[in-house]
Design a protein around this ligand. Structure first.
Ligand SMILES: [Zn+2]
Length: 174
């Protein structure tokens, strides 16, 4: 009793966090069993996240979770637990389809968004070609004005003189 008291006061006065986890892991707490030092579930179900194990246990059962973890290399166990917890949550939300329901929903969303994107791209192409047509029409209009200018302009004799000059030049090129 005395030793425990001194150890407790030493732990509270120490600036370092206590090395030993006082409470059992979330899994052992829910299963009402003693959490041993080499508890398979302890690294993945800390006492701070009790819901994580509760959900996985409700859907898969503790023995299946342990069996599955024992068949997986230690380096992949954290991912396996994340996957199981995710699947368990999905199955709680949608008992019939679970994760498959979410995947179907997302695939539907992808198709809808792809259709929307294709429509937007078609609209952009349409607007671009319309812009090209407008530009070509403006060019044609400007060209027609330039062609009309020598006849409308009061200084048309300059152009006439040039034309005469060009007419004289052209045959020498050919
Ligand atoms: Zn444990």
């Amino acid at each position: 009793m005395e030793d425990w008291k001194t150890a407790a006061s030493a732990a509270t006065t120490s600036s370092l966090p206590p090395q030993v986890v006082i409470s059992p892991c979330a899994a052992c707490k829910i299963l009402r069993r003693r959490c041993v030092e080499k508890c398979t579930l302890a690294p993945y179900f800390p006492p701070t996240e009790p819901l994580k194990f509760a959900v996985a246990h409700r859907v898969f059962g503790a023995s299946n979770i342990i069996k599955l973890l024992q068949g997986v290399p230690e380096s992949q166990r954290a991912d396996a637990v994340d996957s199981m917890v995710y699947e368990a949550n999905a199955r709680m939300r949608d008992p019939v389809y679970g994760c498959a329901g979410a995947i179907c929903q997302l695939q539907k969303q992808i198709i809808e968004l792809q259709t929307e994107l294709a429509k937007a791209e078609a609209q952009i192409l349409n607007m671009k070609s319309q812009k090209m047509i407008n530009f070509a029409e403006t060019l044609q209009y400007q060209e027609s004005i330039i062609q009309q200018q020598p006849f409308d302009n009061s200084s048309s004799f300059f152009f006439d003189a040039d034309n005469v000059g060009l007419d004289n030049w052209e045959p020498s090129w050919k």
